[in-house]
Design a protein around this ligand. Sequence first.
Ligand code: MN
Length: 341
Amino acid sequence: MDSGTQQPLEDLARQLLAGHRILLVTHQAPDGDGIGCQLALRLALRANGRAVTVVTPGEVPARFRFLPGATEIINWQSLGAAPQEALLREHDLIMVVDTHGLEMLGPVGDTLRRAKIPALFLDHHPVKGAPDPRIFCNPEASSTGEVCWHLLRRMPAAMSADIATCLYTAITYDTNSFKYLRRRAETHRVAAELVAAGADTDEVYRRVFASNSPGKVTLTAELLRSFQLEDGGLTVWVAIPLDLVQRTRSEPDDLRDVITYLLEIDGVEIAITFKERHPNLYKVSLRSKGRFAVSGVAAPLGGGGHAFASGANVDGPLERVRARVGRLVRELLDQQSGTPA
Ligand SMILES: [Mn+2]
């Protein structure tokens, strides 16, 4: 079975096992795919006698804290500058998962750049620019979890029920329980291997997908009352005010599902949320059902992501941000008459 990465995963397995003390890092606003891969790699590398530290830029969302090893994850932001530098000095290799650029690592990235420790990347987000031998990426894969399974098959002693649960979490998270597959049979094949290896599928469902706090449900209910349809029902958007987030005591992770509900409205092709960071800065998130490549809206705003899931931070008051995004969406709808990207 081909892993689909441009750089052979045998090379990555060899380079990883050449490390002795390995630091595993994922992107800011860490999610189930990144954390699942980190924890799977941690177990696999430890089984091979390597010392491993797992670091996240920001807190691990509550729903992933059941994963084996999650309590040992270090939140980079909870460390001072001196402990951060000391931590880096203890490691001889850095493995970044679920992104391929240091700029997505926030403050961790700045420190890593200065530390000059060799770094490798495992990812599934499309790579722009010249090929980089340090980046092992399969943009066809559902998730980094899927790519990680292919990597671990190339390492000794790299599968166990706990590792399988971590990777199954990564894949189910990024595919929203196998809804976003784009006819890719391979994702189901890998998932079946993970179930056969002992992945606790019931626990993953319970902890990852059936664990909404009452505050999150209240927040979602309010937002589902205030959405707006535009462009003849092709586009839907909602603003997420900071005071609502604070009032419902929602974690950042609690805000992620709203856009999925909106996208699942019949007839809607593009869903947009405007998350208020402060009154003059909004995080714009865009999702597409698959006919329009919303990366074409995020890119001119200085953002990034996948064709059908992308985002950008945009300065300005809500009305101006909304107008700017609205214009780009209408251009996209006019240009692409609904053909796949
Ligand atoms: Mn991912």
